[in-house]
Design a protein around this ligand. Structure first.
Ligand SMILES: [Zn+2]
Length: 191
């Protein structure tokens, strides 16, 4: 088990980390930083907030003396997740339309009367593609996924009932479904 420095203060060591932590999505906050931002170190949901808001934003918030209301933030994150899922559906539709009409677009570009018109058409096409890539990236970093992995990795180091309590919290916050909670509970209890 490698120890890493807190992603926010870069000073305090944080424990219970898997040894292969390299990217931002695996960043952890130390208890002291969590407390100073109004977060309870024992709440597992902190991981969701850290993954969602990101190290840079949290550093900024901390510097401004901001304090989280974690339940409110979790419900906001849940809404954002739903919005993102809808966005990616919309964007994929838009993209497939664009791709379907690619020959039209090429013809349009060829027929465009001015340099400006060509640039405009090209940037519209590129923007839609970039947006889809961006949203796909966000969905890949969806906090719900890494969270499950982390719990699986770390379950040996934590009291199982504490784990279950944390999942109950996620369930109550609407971050995970009843089914996911029951699956996790059975897994942890070895049922
Ligand atoms: Zn810290």
């Amino acid at each position: 088990m490698a120890k890493k420095l807190c992603a926010i203060c870069n000073t305090n060591k944080v424990g219970w980390l898997s040894p292969n932590i390299e990217n931002d999505s695996d960043a952890k906050m130390c208890d002291s930083c969590l407390k100073s931002m109004g977060l309870e170190p024992t709440n597992f949901s902190n991981d969701v907030i850290l993954k969602y808001d990101g190290v840079d934003k949290i550093k900024e918030l901390k510097a401004s003396g901001f304090k989280y209301d974690y339940k409110t933030r979790l419900s906001e994150i849940k809404k954002l997740n739903q919005q993102l899922k809808q966005d990616i559906i919309d964007d994929n539709l838009r993209l497939s339309k664009l791709e379907k009409n690619q020959s039209d677009t090429i013809r349009e570009i060829n027929n465009a009367k001015s340099e400006m018109e060509i640039l405009d058409l090209k940037s519209k096409r590129d923007e839609a593609k970039q947006r889809v890539e961006y949203i796909k990236g966000l969905l890949d970093n969806n906090p719900e996924q890494p969270l499950h992995n982390n719990v699986a990795e770390n379950s040996d180091n934590n009291d199982k009932f504490e784990e279950i309590k944390k999942y109950k919290e996620l369930l109550d916050s609407g971050i995970i479904s009843n089914e996911e909670f029951n699956d996790k509970k059975s897994e942890l209890l070895g049922l």
